[in-house]
Design a protein. Structure first.
Lengths: 332, 372
């Protein structure tokens, strides 16, 4: 049957279809795992155990939470802007699926090795901003609107230093292609000789995904639930899912750009560990770091957050870019 | 041919209600804010959502029957409310309290103060977004609650003091457990300071935020840590001493700037001072009876009397008007959070909405005691 399908539709189409199914599977399984991981890490940091009841050590907790959310009534309040209200959770998912297309999970596991891979990821990540704005505006209440506005301002402010430090990597590699970036790190990972770039990237990525300490848009204790106050059931689940998938994406991109992608560390190259395993362990190590930070620090006030971006992050990344551009020129 | 004049941009201020149902207003407080963008122009705290008529209830209850009500007004310093109420009656009726009972009351009151401050500490940081210190503080607070549970019978709303003494005696296990708790809390200071006090994000959210200076504090009748952080050394335990506080050595922590960070530091230092008081009181705990001679239903003589104690949130006063019967004619409670809250009308305008939570949390109000 495969043979027939491939000859009729062409190998590319079949490959695309299979990979889309695989991405969606990955996104769901990741969300399952990541939510459980976050709750367990949160629990242990807070001197308690986290979920323990459902499944061994609570591993099935997210699954049953998902079932609960799916079975909830989709309440659409009367005063909302109907079209936007329904559309926002769908739009928030666009960058997730499309970004996974270009991420190199290993030498051969990359859906499309586009020669503008990096550009695609960052272009699509702007849809997040749009979706949040749609969600906050459609809900038609002041709290949600405040949350949405703050989120937009925050995302815009932190995208600039993000892109500036990514430029460093691109200058070194000379190409936007994700696989080329990984290949260029065969001798030495980028994070080793550009540590500040990696640090700035991780901070900005945490801000882009609205994670603490930058989670003002969804600040639970200040604006009830921010831009997703009015969403319930599956719509809320989609926002939730998108947030965790975004975490995975930024960690995956950080791994590819700075931490060598699927390559093993140079001194451990003799170990018979497949590239995929290296990739996922590095990615999840970064995700663990993000989760750790969330449960340790309080929240920045919004103007402090913006000040931090405009007065600290952007000058730092600009200086970094200039300095490293010089260094790269000297090396070449 | 009419030229279209451009429409002027109308900037509008808008009204935002914070509460009465809100995760961070610590009770049913409604803050009616007039906002210009993110800046507050006017702030109006609207109270009364938690009014239960305690003072009216007092008029139809015997003095002894009102005791459970006292601790339900401010449930976080229930024992101190207990203490203040019975001490007010004892002052009016001229009833002697044996020294052992006085010392037990002081120990329990200070334990209650510590548990109230620990809860405040946890919830304040949680309002700012850090969820972890809340659980650490509650871990320590559970020990206090267990200690007090053994001797008083309840964890939160106590009816332990009686006119003339306390209800039940403390035993050796209480003393050992309290001493153990003092050790344990002292060993936790490092954790708390590392996690919170030295955290740069926390410092940014509290330093310079919500400055209540001496003049405003005195004008609005603030008391407690709010007043002390503004630099005024005013603690009822020293200014109008009661019980055995004159015999105990402790300091009154004060602040200088009157901002949220100072209020935070004052409260943490107060916990340390309370630990000192408990230590000394445990040392000096005399033997003897725990209840003095008091009639079964006390009848204070006609007249009125005011008695103040230092609750966790400030100066707590009980004003009793008696007509010679077993029922009070009028009981008025001066709740510390009432004055502390009113400061917001003057202090909030000009600040950011995002700071409201930080300021409100740092003042430490408990709305039920405002509304009674």
């Amino acid at each position: 049957m495969w043979h027939w399908l491939v000859t009729v539709l062409g190998p590319d189409v079949v490959r695309l279809a299979v990979s889309l199914v695989a991405i969606i599977a990955l996104v769901q399984v990741n969300a399952l795992f990541l939510v459980w991981l976050e709750r367990k890490v949160a629990g242990h940091i807070q001197l308690r155990l986290g979920p323990m009841e459902v499944g061994p050590h609570g591993i099935l907790q997210t699954l049953v939470d998902g079932i609960k959310l799916v079975s909830k009534e989709l309440i659409t309040p009367r005063h909302v802007d109907r079209k936007l209200f329904v559309l926002a959770p769908i739009v928030v998912f666009l960058p997730v699926v499309s970004s996974f297309i270009v991420i190199p999970f290993s030498e051969h596991l990359q859906i499309r090795d586009l020669n503008v891979g990096v550009l695609l990821i960052f272009a699509f990540s702007t849809f997040n901003v749009l979706a949040i704005l749609m969600g906050g505006w459609a809900a038609n209440n002041k709290y949600s609107l405040l949350g949405a506005i703050r989120s937009v301002a925050q995302s815009v402010a932190y995208e600039i230093p993000l892109l500036l430090v990514v430029l460093n990597v691109l200058l070194w590699t000379g190409s936007f292609q994700m696989s080329a970036i990984v290949e260029a790190q065969s001798g030495r990972w980028n994070a080793v000789w550009m540590p500040f770039a990696a640090l700035i990237y991780l901070i900005c990525a945490t801000a882009e995904t609205n994670r603490a300490p930058f989670d003002i848009p969804e600040a639970e204790s200040e604006l009830v639930a921010g831009f997703h106050t009015e969403y319930s059931g599956m719509r809320f689940a989609l926002f939730f899912l998108a947030e965790y998938s975004n975490m995975l994406i930024v960690a995956a991109v950080a791994t590819t750009l700075f931490f060598g992608g699927w390559k093993s560390p140079p001194f451990l190259g003799f170990l018979p560990v497949p590239g995929v395993l290296w990739f996922f362990s590095k990615t999840y190590a970064l995700v663990f770091g993000v989760v750790w930070v969330r449960w340790t620090f309080p929240r920045l006030r919004f103007d402090q957050l913006m000040n931090f971006s405009w007065k600290v992050m952007i000058p730092a990344s600009l200086i970094h870019l200039v300095v490293y551009a010089g260094i790269i020129k000297l090396i070449r | 041919m009419a030229t279209q004049l451009p429409e002027p941009i109308i900037e509008q201020t808008y009204y935002l209600n914070m509460g009465p149902q809100h995760p961070s207003t610590h009770g049913v407080l409604r803050l009616f804010l007039k906002l210009d963008g993110e800046y507050i122009i006017e702030a109006d705290p609207i109270i009364g959502y938690g009014h239960r008529g305690h003072e009216k209830m007092a008029e139809s209850h015997l003095y002894e029957q009102f005791l459970p009500n006292a601790s339900r007004m401010d449930y976080l310093s229930g024992l101190i409310f207990n203490h203040g109420y019975v001490a007010a009656i004892e002052k009016m009726a001229g009833i002697e309290v044996p020294p052992r009972a006085e010392y037990i009351r002081v120990i329990c009151a200070e334990l209650n103060r510590i548990s109230s401050h620990l809860l405040w500490f946890g919830t304040y940081i949680m309002d700012l977004g850090g969820f972890t210190p809340f659980l650490y503080a509650f871990d320590d607070r559970e020990i206090i609650l267990d200690i007090l549970d053994r001797v008083t019978g309840s964890r939160l709303t106590y009816s332990y003091c009686r006119v003339g003494g306390v209800a039940k005696d403390v035993d050796d296990e209480f003393i050992a457990a309290t001493r153990g708790f003092i050790q344990r809390l002292r060993s936790r200071w490092e954790d708390y300071h590392n996690l919170v006090t030295k955290n740069v994000i926390f410092i940014h959210r509290t330093k310079g935020v919500g400055v209540i200076n001496r003049e405003i504090a005195l004008r609005f009748g603030c008391s407690g840590p709010v007043l002390r952080a503004a630099g005024v050394v005013y603690d009822i335990r020293r200014v109008e001493p009661y019980s055995v506080y004159p015999d105990l050595q402790f300091e009154i922590p004060t602040g200088t700037a009157g901002d949220a960070f100072d209020r935070y530091m004052v409260r943490l230092q107060e916990i340390e001072q309370s630990l000192r008081i408990i230590e000394q009181a445990l040392e000096r705990l005399p033997e003897g009876p725990i209840r003095g001679r008091a009639p079964r239903n006390v009848r204070p003589p006609r007249g009125d009397s005011y008695f103040a104690v230092e609750a966790a949130r400030g100066a707590l006063g009980f004003y009793i008007v008696s007509d010679g019967t077993r029922y009070p004619y009028r009981l008025k409670v001066r709740a510390p959070s009432f004055g502390n809250l009113q400061v917001l009308t003057e202090m909030l305008p000009g600040t950011l909405v995002a700071d409201t939570i930080s300021i409100l949390g740092s003042i430490d109000i408990v709305v039920p005691e405002i509304d009674r």
